[in-house]
Design a protein around this ligand. Structure first.
Ligand code: G6P
Length: 495
């Protein structure tokens, strides 16, 4: 990756703002450090747009207390924002991941409300907004990502009324009955309404948001438009660009744009001979069981890993499946490890895995092959190819891109996707075997049904799923969002 001197700030026509940068700071064993591109779909989708339009990406390096100068990373200007150890504790681990995350995922775990966490969330959002304001050229488009930065749109609009601002919420937006718990519910709504376009994963999320706006602000909503008065009486602050004064309100669009993956590149990877050889090797190493089931998740309580283990454990106990015939491979990548709820979850999951393996594994066959690591894309593609059944049992999930990755790699039209109806992906992937993860008997039946599913049904379902995933990739997602955003900017100029 080339890293060259930066260009002057205030010069970028397209600016992305997200909590994490698209590059990771990697420290080698000899102590030398470098930046490496992280393999996420968002970067892949936005890279071409950024190169074509003079793009800058603002975010945190992932490490506390470190200052980095902006630098060029293969044509993208990377602008690191510094977070102190206290910011990480209060803004990232605290308010983002111990308040908002559980609240927005239907309070599966109880959210914690701390006023100091909120204060730091405001401070850090202001820092990101200032960095974005400083990087943006006159009239630039700024695209803010996710729940960690919900105040940035309004803060940025106050600093730079000339900008066109988009926001995308990657996680669910909860029903009002849950959202209304949040002591700072009105400030968050106002923060988001600073954007011109607010994107959500599902239609239900956009509706939940509009309802919260009606209840808390009393604004008129005519889906997908929310009419934000030019002068907000509750604050007496003029929040819109002078150019839009002719209208009584500023239209804000709140709409679903389901995110996707770089589908073709996953398929290409799966077609590579070395990946296919690795998939065969994985099967052989597991003792060539008749059925390999796979789970791939961040180790997070929203993913329903415990429910999946319970169902599999009961199938082994009641003799519906034998350990020689069925193996579950569970990849649980480490996540947010300093947050209490995540520490407890890890203990619970690992205890359960240990018990099931202790009860059922033989010297030659393990029941659950458990991996607490992340893996490179090549290994993931091989695991997907090796898996006869993919288990996605999330209790609540914005989208779930693992479900889409599995489908994209299955160019052989084989494999069964078991998909929770509480994952955003279920709206599009209706030809998966849809399950309610809370219904353990239903889940067990679905697993047995998937094991016994006739070839013809498997391939018919997979063909239909592949049409959806290959026809709707992340590039199309970003294009559609940015088209709506650019149109809203053009309407604003005309108005
Ligand atoms: C979810 C969120 C992302 C976040 C990712 C990993 O997908 O929507 O914003 O980056 O989880 O979590 P982390 O806390 O490690 O950034």
């Amino acid at each position: 990756m080339t890293q060259t001197a930066e260009r002057p700030p205030g010069d970028y026509d397209f600016v992305v703002v997200s909590n994490r940068l698209p590059v990771d700071r990697v420290v080698a064993p000899d102590g030398s450090a470098s930046w490496q591109q992280s393999p996420g779909g968002l970067v892949t989708a936005l890279e071409p747009v950024m190169r074509a339009r003079d793009g800058a990406w603002i975010g945190w390096s992932g490490q506390p207390d470190l200052d980095f100068e902006p630098f060029d990373s293969d044509g993208i200007q990377v602008v690191p924002v510094r977070l102190s150890a206290r910011d990480v504790e209060n803004y990232y681990e605290g308010f983002s991941n111990d308040t908002l995350w559980p609240l927005y995922h239907d309070v599966i775990a109880p959210p914690t409300y701390h006023r100091e966490w909120w204060d730091t969330y405001v401070e850090v959002n202001q820092r990101f907004a200032e960095a974005a304001a400083a990087a943006s050229a006159p009239g630039a488009v700024v695209w803010v990502q996710d729940y960690q930065l919900q105040l940035v749109p309004k803060m940025l609009r106050l600093l730079r009324p000339d900008l066109t601002i988009g926001f995308f919420d990657h996680i669910p937006f909860p029903p009002y009955g849950i959202y209304s718990q949040l002591p700072w519910r009105t400030q968050i709504i106002e923060g988001l309404l600073g954007a011109d376009v607010i994107g959500f994963q599902r239609v239900a999320d956009a509706n939940n948001f509009s309802r919260a706006v009606r209840r808390l602000k009393g604004y008129t909503t005519k889906s997908p438009i929310i009419e934000v008065p030019l002068v907000d009486d509750s604050e007496g602050v003029r929040v819109t660009a002078p150019i839009r004064r002719a209208k009584e309100f500023r239209p804000v669009i709140a709409k679903a744009f389901p995110i996707s993956i770089d589908s073709a590149s996953w398929e290409d990877l799966a077609r590579t001979p070395s990946v296919q050889a690795r998939a065969r090797q994985i099967r052989a190493d597991l003792g060539n069981p008749k059925t390999i089931m796979l789970g791939v998740d961040r180790l997070d309580y929203t993913k329903g890993i415990g429910h999946r283990l319970k169902a599999f454990g009961e199938l082994l106990t009641d003799g519906s499946v034998a350990v020689e015939d069925v193996t579950l491979v569970q990849v649980a990548s480490p996540s947010r490890e300093r947050v209490q709820t995540y520490m407890r979850l890890r203990d619970e999951i690992e205890l359960t895995v240990g018990r099931i393996n202790g009860d059922f594994a033989t010297i030659s066959h393990t029941a659950i092959s458990y991996h607490h690591h992340g893996y490179p894309r090549e290994e993931m593609a091989a695991l997907y190819l090796a898996a006869d059944i993919m288990l996605v049992t999330a209790l609540r999930d914005g989208m779930n891109l693992v479900a889409k990755e599995y489908v994209a790699t299955r160019f052989d039209d084989d494999g069964v996707l078991l998909l929770s109806e509480f994952a955003g992906a279920a709206d599009e992937l209706s030809k998966a075997v849809l399950i309610n993860p809370h219904d353990i008997d239903g889940l067990k039946e679905a697993i047995l049904g998937a094991i016994a599913m006739p070839d013809r049904e498997r391939s018919a379902r997979m063909r239909s799923l592949r049409k959806r995933v290959l026809g709707n990739d992340v590039e199309k997602w970003s294009r559609e969002f940015l088209d709506v955003l650019n149109d809203s900017a053009a309407d604003g100029r005309r108005g």
